[in-house]
Design a binder for this molecule. Structure first.
Ligand code: SAH
Ligand code: SF4
Ligand code: F3S
Length: 440
């Protein structure tokens, strides 16, 4: 009987893409995936530490998974990702059931670490910085659930040091992946039937800045779009200060680039933005959005917002609401500020009480609900291009280029096809539609 693995992933799309690569890697050394952790020989938790909540979740999961060892004493528990990188041995002391630990710096070492753990050693490989051979990881294929849309990591790490954020500590400095390596992966994916490429990084818009001969992110967009078979391109996340005019122009110029952009603004008050060290003002952010809307009409914007940063007053928060009102985001991801160990914001004065954060959050969400109602009604009666991605309960589902989910009637032969769909009913989270034409 072959060995089985079970992976539980927390956090952002980068972490999910790392898990997809770990899946490919484990397959390569003879493991098969399972959805039931109780029958696994290897359980891996790919962790996140962006806020306090995900930290706590990991410990409670390990508490449950360690029961596996009673039935299967040779079973291994591995922890990877950002919490592993931030806490290292400290976490192993809290949860001694951990056999293997590594981070996004050294995923490629997993096969060796498994060997060490099988030989009875604790294989804890947390490094201060990424090793020189970290690019080896790109040699492993990813294993994905969605056959038509694929993530491709193009840049690792972050150089920004926002005062609330752990990511520069857990993912290291910005390292752009080489153009050749990215294009090679995209070609491989397209040969495999993928039609939508989603470029990933903590700050994708900084791609290419760290090369000996720096190149712009827009160059990468053009190069990816030239690959035959790439029908759609998305990218996440961009930072407002790196969203240059040439990138906006490339978004307008390249037909495959989707009409959607996730551009976090975090807070509307210039005073708070300065405390966060975001390096832009409310006016700068709004100007970038205006430029985007002018060049890419109908663009669907989404964003991240932090509520209750230290010292945030009601007046500061009004500026956050004002940005939401002015931009009219299709989607917002809002988070209560969570102090992270070792970050400058943790030790700032003026922490905002939780009740105030809750109140502000609910004001923000009710404003957003009314905006989403208004935006979604615009879709009714329109014809949208949809990539049919999946079948659920006998219906087909796919996304518009603006990243809205659409439910359709139709046969399995439409899976993976781009179709023109007339929207018959629109609600904030889902659209219903009828296929008018199969495009390609
Ligand atoms: N690189 C991306 C976001 C990375 S983290 C960017 O800079 O935009 C994803 C989101 O988590 C952030 O955009 C922020 O809104 C939120 N976040 C990060 N640290 C946080 C903290 N300490 N408390 C609450 N939210 C936080
Ligand atoms: Fe964190 Fe700021 Fe970097 Fe985003 S840009 S990952 S919020 S430090
Ligand atoms: Fe979390 Fe690390 Fe992503 S902290 S949000 S998994 S970069």
């Amino acid at each position: 009987m072959g060995k089985k693995f079970f992976i539980k992933t927390f956090g952002c799309q980068m972490n999910f893409n790392d898990s997809e690569r770990i899946r490919g890697m484990l397959r390569g050394i003879g493991y098969e995936p399972t959805d039931n952790w109780e029958e696994a020989d290897l359980i891996l938790l790919n962790t996140c530490t962006i806020r306090e909540k995900p930290d706590q979740k990991v410990l409670s999961h390990i508490g449950e998974y360690k029961k596996l060892k009673e039935k299967n004493p040779n079973a291994l528990i591995a922890v990877s990702g950002c919490l592993a990188q931030r806490t290292g041995w400290e976490l192993v002391q809290k949860a001694p059931a951990i056999d293997i630990m590594f981070s996004s710096f050294n995923m490629h070492q997993l096969p060796e670490l498994i060997n060490q753990a099988q030989a009875g050693y604790k294989a804890i490989a947390i490094l201060d910085s990424p090793p020189e051979d970290e690019d080896k990881v790109w040699e492993f294929p990813t294993e994905r659930d969605n056959p038509y849309c694929a993530y491709v990591t193009i840049i690792k790490g972050c150089d920004k040091n926002c005062t609330y954020c752990v990511v520069p500590r857990t993912r290291g400095k910005e390292r752009s992946r080489s153009l050749e390596s990215i294009l090679e992966e995209v070609r491989r994916l397209v040969d495999d039937g993928v039609r939508e490429i989603h470029l990933l990084g903590q700050n994708v818009t900084a791609w290419g800045k760290d090369f000996d001969k720096p190149v712009s992110f827009s160059h990468l967009l053009y190069e990816v779009s030239k690959i035959e078979g790439v029908e759609r391109i998305r990218f996440t996340t961009g930072h407002p200060t790196d969203l240059t005019d040439d990138t906006i122009e490339a978004m307008a110029d390249i037909p495959q680039v989707c009409n959607a952009l996730h551009l976090p603004f975090q807070a509307g008050s210039n005073r708070v933005l300065e405390l966060m060290d975001r390096k832009y003002t409310k006016e700068f952010y709004l100007e970038r959005v205006a430029k985007l809307k002018e060049n890419v009409p109908d663009i669907a914007m989404s964003t991240d917002i932090i509520v209750g940063f230290p010292t945030e007053s009601d007046e500061d928060f009004e500026h956050t609401l004002d940005v939401v009102r002015q931009v009219e985001f299709e989607q917002i991801f809002s988070f209560k500020f969570s102090p992270r160990p070792g970050t400058p914001a943790e030790s700032m004065e003026g922490h905002v009480p939780d009740e105030v954060k809750t109140q502000r959050m609910s004001r923000l969400l009710s404003l957003q609900k009314s905006i989403m109602g208004k935006l979604s009604s615009r879709y009714e009666g329109s014809v949208q291009e949809v990539l049919v991605e999946d079948e659920k309960d006998g219906k087909l589902v796919g996304r518009t280029t603006t990243n809205k989910w659409v439910t359709l009637e139709g046969g399995k032969e439409l899976l993976g096809k781009l179709v023109a769909v007339e929207i018959t009913k629109a609600s904030p989270f889902n659209l219903l539609g009828e296929v008018r034409e199969v495009l390609r």
